[in-house]
Design a protein around this ligand. Structure first.
Ligand code: SAH
Ligand code: SF4
Length: 387
C-alpha cells in the first residue's frame, strides 16, 4: 500500500481511509482536527488516538507540507512564501493582514495555461496541476506558522482567495476537496462567504462548483466586449461574454453571496477609457436577455512586470472609471496594492515554473499583434507596446 499524505483528504476521504485501515470512521475526525486545527505533523503528538492506530499510521501515512524556498515580508505586513513543488516548479502564496481579517491568497497550479496577456503567471506557461494536499499545504503552513508567531492560539487566517498562481477551475478535481477542508468545522471552519474562487471564466466548471461546493465567486472580466477580451483573456474565445454572464446568473442561484465580484485589471489605454466603462455598464445591465447580473466591480490597477510591455492606468483614469460605474449604481472598489515591495501584488506571482506547454512562447509571439483591433492606431502615449 502506498504511503498516503493525509493532507490530500477532505474529512470524508479521511474517513474512508481510516476504514481501509480497519478503523472506525469517527477516528478520522480526531485525526483531521489534529492535522488542520492543531497543525500536527507527527502522529506521536496525537495522544488521544489509540496507540494501535498511531502505529498503523506511522508506517502507512504521513503529513507532509511543502518545503519553503523563500519567505519575504513587506513593510505593510504582507508575507509571500515560495514553496517547492518539485521537478523545478515552485508556487507562491501571500498573506495579507488587515484590521478586521487575515487573507491568504493561494495557488492552484504551477503556472497557468490560460495565458492572459497581463499576468505574470500566464507568461510563465503551464507545468502542472497542484494536488489537494499541495493546495492545502499552503494554508496549513501559513495558518500554523502565523499562529505560532503570534504566540496566541487563535485563528489568524479568516479568508482564503484562490487568486494565486493558476486557474482553479482548470484543476477542479483537486480544488473541491481542498475547499471542503477550508469550510469544514473540523478543519479551518471558514465561512463560504470568506472563501473565494477567482476564475477567468471556465463556464462548465462554474456550473459544477455551484452544485458541488458553492463559495464566493470572482470572475476576471477585464474587457466589456468580446473582441478585446479575446485578446486579453484567450479563454474568452471558448466561453464568450454572453455565455459567461449567463453562467454568472446561474451561479448566483446557489451562491452564498447575492452578487458576483467582477475583477477588472486597469491597463493604460487598453481597457480603461470612459467608453469602456459605459460599455461595461451596458453589458452587465443587458446581459441574460435583459435581466442583467447582480455584481460588484473590483478595479485592479495593473501591476507591471518586465515582460508585459503594458502600463498601469493613471490614477485619474481609474477614478473616472470607478465613478462612472458607481454613478450607474454598481458598487465599485479599487483594490489597494499590497506587498508591491516584495512583488506580491496581484498578477506578479511568477513562482518558478517549467513551461511544459509553451504557453509562454505563444504569449511572447502574440504580444506584438494583440491589443490593437484591426485598423486602430494607438497613440504612443497610451502605453500599449509598439511592435
Ligand atoms: N486564474 C484566476 C485566479 C488567479 S489571478 C483568474 O484569472 O481569475 C487573480 C486576479 O489577478 C485575476 O483577476 C487576474 O486577472 C488578476 N491579475 C493577473 N495579473 C495581474 C496584474 N499583472 N496586475 C493586476 N492584476 C492581475
Ligand atoms: Fe491564469 Fe488567472 Fe493569470 Fe489568466 S490571470 S493567466 S487565468 S492565473
Amino acid at each position: 500500500m502506498a504511503v498516503a499524505n493525509l493532507l490530500d483528504f477532505d474529512l470524508d476521504g479521511l474517513a474512508g481511509y481510516c476504514e481501509s485501515l480497519g478503523e472506525k470512521r469517527f477516528r478520522a475526525t480526531q485525526l483531521f482536527r489534529w492535522i488542520h486545527q492543531r497543525g500536527a505533523r507527527d502522529f506521536d503528538q496525537m495522544t488521544d488516538l489509540a496507540k494501535s492506530l498511531r502505529n498503523k499510521l506511522q508506517t502507512r501515512a504521513r503529513i507532509v507540507g511543502l518545503p519553503v524556498i523563500t519567505q519575504h515580508e513587506s513593510a505593510d505586513g504582507t508575507i509571500k512564501w515560495l514553496f517547492d513543488v518539485g521537478a523545478g516548479d515552485a508556487v507562491e502564496a501571500v498573506f495579507i493582514p488587515e484590521d478586521d481579517r487575515g487573507t491568504l491568497c493561494v495557488s492552484s497550479q504551477a503556472g497557468c495555461a490560460v495565458g492572459c496577456r497581463f499576468c505574470s503567471t500566464g507568461h510563465q506557461g503551464f507545468s502542472r496541476n497542484l494536488s489537494t494536499g499541495e493546495i492545502l499545504a499552503q494554508l496549513w503552513f501559513a495558518e500554523h506558522f502565523l499562529r505560532q508567531r503570534s504566540g496566541k492560539d487563535e485563528r489568524v487566517i479568516s479568508n482564503v482567495v484562490m487568486m494565486g498562481m493558476g486557474e482553479p477551475l482548470q484543476n477542479y478535481a483537486a480544488l473541491v476537496p481542498a475547499l471542503r477542508v477550508m469550510l469544514d468545522d473540523h478543519g479551518y471552519g471558514l465561512s463560504r462567504r470568506r472563501v473565494t474562487v477567482s476564475t477567468s471564466g471556465v463556464v462548465p466548471m462554474m456550473d459544477r462548483l455551484s452544485q458541488d461546493c458553492p463559495v464566493a465567486l470572482a470572475v476576471s472580466l477585464h474587457a466589456p466586449v468580446d473582441e478585446l477580451r479575446d485578446n486579453l483573456v484567450p479563454l474568452n474565445r471558448k466561453y464568450p461574454l454572453q455565455e459567461l454572464l449567463e453562467a454568472c446568473g446561474r451561479y448566483l442561484e446557489h451562491a452564498p453571496r447575492d452578487f458576483i465580484t467582477f475583477e477588472y485589471c486597469m491597463l493604460d489605454g487598453v481597457n480603461d477609457t470612459p467608453a469602456h466603462a459605459r460599455q461595461l455598464i451596458e453589458l452587465v445591465r443587458t446581459a441574460r436577455g435583459g435581466r442583467g447580473v447582480s455584481c460588484k466591480f473590483n478595479l485592479i490597477p495593473f501591476n507591471p512586470f518586465p515582460a508585459s510591455g503594458l502600463l498601469r492606468s493613471s490614477k485619474a483614469a481609474v477614478e473616472t472609471f470607478a465613478k462612472l460605474l458607481s454613478d450607474a449604481g454598481i458598487v465599485t472598489t479599487v483594490r489597494k496594492t499590497r506587498g508591491d515591495d516584495i512583488d506580491a501584488a496581484c498578477g506578479q506571482l511568477a513562482g518558478d515554473v517549467r513551461d511544459r506547454t509553451r504557453v509562454g512562447d505563444r504569449i511572447a509571439r502574440q504580444r506584438t499583434v494583440m491589443l490593437q483591433p484591426a485598423g486602430a492606431t494607438v497613440p504612443q502615449t497610451t502605453g500599449v507596446p509598439r511592435p
